[in-house]
Design a protein around this ligand. Structure first.
Ligand code: G6P
Length: 369
């Protein structure tokens, strides 16, 4: 059935703006009654997740970047070692199977061949505990998995993934909580607090969306650039990766992302007044380190575009532009910071006049190798 664009110019824009609703629906579907592992992941959740002592995430593209956030949440919240790999890399390398390793695939479409083949390879190696986080219930990857969580983003049409990404993050957070409960690391009061923070997400995402006019102004300054650098640290390094990917995909501006601590080991050589540098800078414990990295950029003439939040203690100055998101959202902060990098890419593409929903050479779901 045809999906109406409503007041929007592109599906990508519509899907960006649907995120408060997509996240709220995903949460509502998951948390109808009291927190239940069976309701979230399936009947066999307890026996399949109870003995897990390692987690391996397999995915491609934007879904892989979601898993890079998810692996950190699993380690922080559940205290279980977690790794993330691209499906096409895992598939062809020698790896050491472990019956207590949970294989988690992430895929918007559920049909990405690289991810599906990686799941097959994991199963061939003897892994039985498989879990899929997917936006399409009747698709290949969740069907081939023992446990599954279906995000409720609704159909995503724009080739560049947006609402699927943020709802995957919600599912990943619920996974980290679930594993923490099974390990006895989360009492009822802490669980209730985590769930409350999740329920505040749609409101926070809406506040981030309200920054669109300011981001639009920044986008005009990006559109004539050939290159851009995205920096983040820790939980926000994957958001920098996602911002760079979005900009490449739809505006065709070459963009690279680095964890900010790595600047001095190479990318700093590229920085001059022609290189805009986007910094994901929430008020977390890495902010001071990040501020030092920003000075390194400024000292070489690089112009900084900083996504801070209300609590970050630094101000705009010559060559330093600052947009403030709502209050620092703690562990869930990457969900909020995903929004402005989507909007920046979207508006840069609009200025350049590219085909936002169908960028050249790319497909929505890649079902070939
Ligand atoms: C394609 C799309 C990307 C997407 C990736 C993974 O490359 O263009 O936007 O992130 O596939 O897709 P999946 O459906 O597995 O999440």
């Amino acid at each position: 059935a045809a999906i109406d664009l409503g007041p929007y110019r592109h599906f990508m824009q519509k899907e960006i703006h649907e995120q408060p609703r997509a996240i709220a629906d995903t949460l509502e579907g998951a948390l109808q009654g009291p927190f239940s592992l069976q309701d979230l992941w399936g009947q066999e959740a307890r026996e399949r997740l109870g003995h897990v002592e390692r987690v391996l995430f397999l995915a491609s593209g934007t879904s892989h970047y979601a898993s890079l956030v998810g692996r950190q949440w699993v380690e922080t919240i559940a205290g279980i070692p977690a790794h993330a790999e691209l499906g096409h890399e895992y598939r062809y390398r020698d790896s050491i199977p472990n019956p207590n390793q949970l294989i988690v695939t992430l895929s918007q479409s559920g049909e990405t061949l690289d991810t599906w083949e990686a799941l097959r390879r994991a199963k061939d190696l003897g892994h039985e505990e498989t879990l899929s986080i997917c936006n399409v219930a009747e698709s290949a990857i969740p069907r081939a998995s023992a446990l599954r969580f279906i995000t409720r983003a609704g159909p995503e049409i724009g080739v560049a993934s947006t609402k699927a990404f943020t709802t995957q993050l919600v599912a990943l957070y619920l996974l980290a909580l679930s594993l923490a409960i099974l390990r006895g690391r989360l009492d009822d009061a802490s669980l209730a607090q985590h769930l409350e923070h999740l329920r505040e997400l749609p409101g926070g995402v809406q506040q981030a969306l309200n920054l669109e006019p300011q981001i639009q102004l920044w986008a005009q300054r990006f559109a004539d650039k050939d290159h851009a650098l995205f920096l983040g640290r820790g939980l926000h390094y994957p958001i920098a990766l996602e911002g760079a990917l979005k900009l490449k995909e739809i505006s065709y501006i070459h963009a690279e992302a680095y964890p900010a601590g790595e600047l001095k080991h190479g990318p700093l050589a590229l920085v001059d007044q022609h290189m805009p540098v986007v910094v994901i800078a929430p008020n977390d414990r890495l902010l001071e380190k990040l501020a030092a990295n920003m000075q390194e950029v400024r000292a070489r003439g690089g112009e900084l575009y900083v996504f801070a939040d209300l609590d970050s203690h630094f101000e705009a100055a010559a060559g330093i532009h600052v947009i403030r998101l709502p209050r620092y959202a703690g562990l869930l902060s990457p969900v909020l910071h995903a929004i402005p990098v989507q909007l920046l890419a979207y508006h840069a593409a609009l200025v350049k006049g590219t085909d936002v929903d169908r960028p050249r050479n790319l497909a929505k779901a890649v079902t070939v190798e």
